[in-house]
Design a protein around this ligand. Structure first.
Ligand SMILES: O=C[C@H](O)COP(=O)(O)O
Length: 295
């Protein structure tokens, strides 16, 4: 669809926030909770995005990603900076865990398109299975939607079949309407997944912004017949929060999205809590932390 004819519906903030708040209040039976915890683990992009990241740190994260604890499923992917993709790729060989790389001058996105494309190409050349790009929030907020759209198209072109996640950084967009508009633009431009946040600013994923994005994905699927994915990231640290996002997904997009192909949780510190709650449900008590490698 040409950008000019792409319209986005207004968001009713009061209704949105009331509905979003309700997702965290469902009472869930233990058996369903255990299944939800395992699904949440399978949907994690286990992330380390710090200046002090090192090959050793990434290898240890990869070991945890592939074998979080006895009986627990593996996570979906490990997410790292481009320079550490090769290390992660090597450490995860044969495990089924993918390697996601941030790119396009993460987290600000304040570089030329040429630099962003080279950054993406470098991550792909090192073996990245997925690319997490940031959209140009400066251009978006200045009303230059064509630039945001064209950059996503250009990065997706470089990615080819490799899955592209477009990070909206919703905490910088200023309103639910802007989040809806950015979601529509990114989906239209060819992003396979839309992602809430970088995790690098104060405001990260919230149930309300995730719901706005899920509704954009639902409307896109109705219009085109194509299923695109959602990734919530930043500040998701508890089992309760992870389960609230799964409820959101189930009630807004439905069963097909309860799958790592269409849903991810980008998190650096969620896995330990999921493993502790899993152990508690399985045995009736909190187990020793001995077997849970610490984040
Ligand atoms: O994309 C993932 C985020 O950077 C992780 O954020 P977090 O450290 O708040 O879990």
């Amino acid at each position: 669809m040409p950008l000019l004819s792409l319209t986005s519906p207004p968001v009713d903030a009061v209704m949105l926030e009331a509905r979003a708040a309700s997702f965290g209040t469902r009472s869930i039976k233990n058996e369903a909770k255990l299944a939800a915890i395992d699904l949440a683990i399978r949907c994690i992009d286990l992330t380390t995005l710090e200046g002090r990241d090192s090959p050793g740190r990434v290898r240890s994260l990869c070991a945890k990603a592939a074998f979080p604890a006895p009986g627990a499923p593996r996570v979906a992917a490990v997410c790292v900076y481009p320079n550490l993709v090769a290390v992660a790729k090597d450490a995860l060989r044969g495990t089924g865990v993918k390697v996601a790389s941030v790119a396009t001058a993460f987290p600000s996105g304040l570089s030329s398109l040429d630099v962003k494309l080279r950054d993406t190409e470098a991550a792909l050349a090192s073996g990245a299975d997925e690319i997490d790009m940031v959209i140009d929030r400066g251009a978006f907020l200045a009303g230059d939607e064509a630039r945001v759209y064209d950059e996503i198209v250009a990065v997706k072109n470089v990615c080819g079949d490799v899955h592209l996640k477009a990070i909206l950084e919703t905490g910088e967009l200023g309103s639910y309407d802007a989040t809806r508009r950015a979601s529509d633009l990114a989906l239209e431009a060819g992003a396979d997944v839309i992602k809430t946040s970088t995790g690098k600013i104060g405001t990260s994923a919230t149930l309300a912004t995730a719901l706005v994005m899920a509704e954009a994905i639902r409307d896109f699927a109705r219009r085109t017949g194509e299923r695109r994915g959602l990734k919530v990231a930043g500040g998701v640290r508890t089992t309760k929060a992870a389960i609230a996002y799964l409820v959101l997904l189930d009630e807004s997009l439905g069963d097909p999205w309860l799958d790592p192909d269409l849903f991810r949780i980008g998190a650096s510190a969620l896995l330990d809590d999921l493993l502790l709650q899993r152990e508690k449900l399985a045995t009736g008590r909190y187990g020793s932390l001995d077997y849970v490698p610490r984040d």
